[in-house]
Design a protein around this ligand. Sequence first.
Ligand code: AMP
Length: 524
Amino acid sequence: MMQMPLTLAMLFRRVERYFPNVEVVTRNADKSISRTTYGEVLRRSRKLANALVRLGVKPGDRVATLAWNSARHLETYFAIPMAGAVLHTLNPRLSAADLTYIVNHAEDRVVFVDEPLVPVFDKFRAEVKAQAIVLGKESDALIERESDQFQMAALSEENAAGLCYTSGTTGRPKGVLYSHRSTMLHALISALPDAIDLGMRDVVLPVVPMFHVNAWGLPYTCAMLGAKLVLPGPHLDPHSLLQLMHDEKVTCAGGVPTVWLAILEAVDKEPKRYDLSSVKQMVIGGSAAPQAMIEAFDKRHGLKVLHAWGMTEMSPIGSTTRLKPEHDKLPESEQYKIKALQGLPPPLVEARAMSQDGEAPWDGKSMGELEVRGPWVARSYYKNEGESDKFRSDGWFRTGDVVTIDPSGYIRITDRSKDLIKSGGEWISSVDLENALMGHPSVKEAAVVAVPHPKWTERPVACVVTREGATATDEELKEFLRKGFAEWQLPDAFVRVDAIPRTAAGKFLKSALREKLKDFKLPA
Ligand code: AMP
């Protein structure tokens, strides 16, 4: 057989030949709608690739984006790998300190900044060397005189195409480098019927940001298939999204549970306002989709949820939850229970649960840490080779998720071994918050735990022991934390305690605190 390197070059050729007229729709920051096509996006991407070369970007260089989901962002998704460079998407919700670290660690040469995110960039621009180009006027001027022909250099499929940092680890954010090959294989498999199930008749709305693991790879998957893309820009409120679903006849939309909870509330309130009859499925992942939400969408609105689990380190798709034919005979209530599991890995991904005694049996009860392997699973962190215990010497990746696997192979996440809180799809490090709090002169000890939250899935609550004779108000503690954390990362409440419970080894016993706070009423 022929040896064809699996590079994005094939994807670019295909979408341009077969689907040049398929639409890419964007809701802009001013709420207006722009329409373009894959053909036009590709034409402009080639101009942008020429401009990058002219700016001195060399193959392998990192080029960053700080942008919402839009056709202009999509141009960078194509142009950067086309130039042989690495598309590095930055998460604007991170603190300026984290963004500074990430841009410097990646040594980004250029960063494309969305107009509405210029204030975010301004907070750290003095700390980084990357040249900034504002998407829109500046990038348009840059490409104006460039040729729309671009000869892509012959690349190896092992060359890097993308880079994404995760803060879902302990310590500093860590980079995951996606290769052309991993990106292509991930796009192909994502489309399978038991995975996301997409094709050229689909109209896909990635609510998940293009800075979260490449919007779950959807821009590349859709381009490969010729599926229409609907990009929501910065407006992620339920009515903006529902209006797009209605107007553009969206068949598949994907995002974190927080987004869908808000949408459920909106459609519950006004069930007839939007025509959602085109919607085949809503993909929910990034945090656990509650069973009650899956049921409510189906029973009250006839809307189907596909639950998916994944990670930055997995490009991200690790499992999706579709029923096996054998489940058809089960009562509806049992079927919903299965739909709320994290599901089965797609082809090319293997999963196992490892306990202290080796691989846990698939009995739906025995717990272990989920480990995975496959051609789109990271084998190390970027510029951090061998420094993480997450990559096992036998070739498996330790996810940090604690799971059971049932006899049919369905994964259920029961807990997280890492001490992190996921709020609205974004990470908060409890350890970082604790360390910062313990730097306050009035604080003797502090432990931060996740408390379940109906809208954000989880929120941080800090348990604080104050020094004798000292006091600190909640507002003082918050102000103290603002130096290193984004506003949404600050604890929702500070609970004063006499002592933090400890394990025999003297470590904080977080499980005891979580238990104590499980019915804690968070301030509204
Ligand atoms: P990230 O790398 O930011 O995408 O985060 C990956 C982590 O999010 C996983 O290791 C899980 O802890 C969590 N996660 C993602 N999807 C799900 C899901 N469907 N159910 C439960 N947890 C999830």
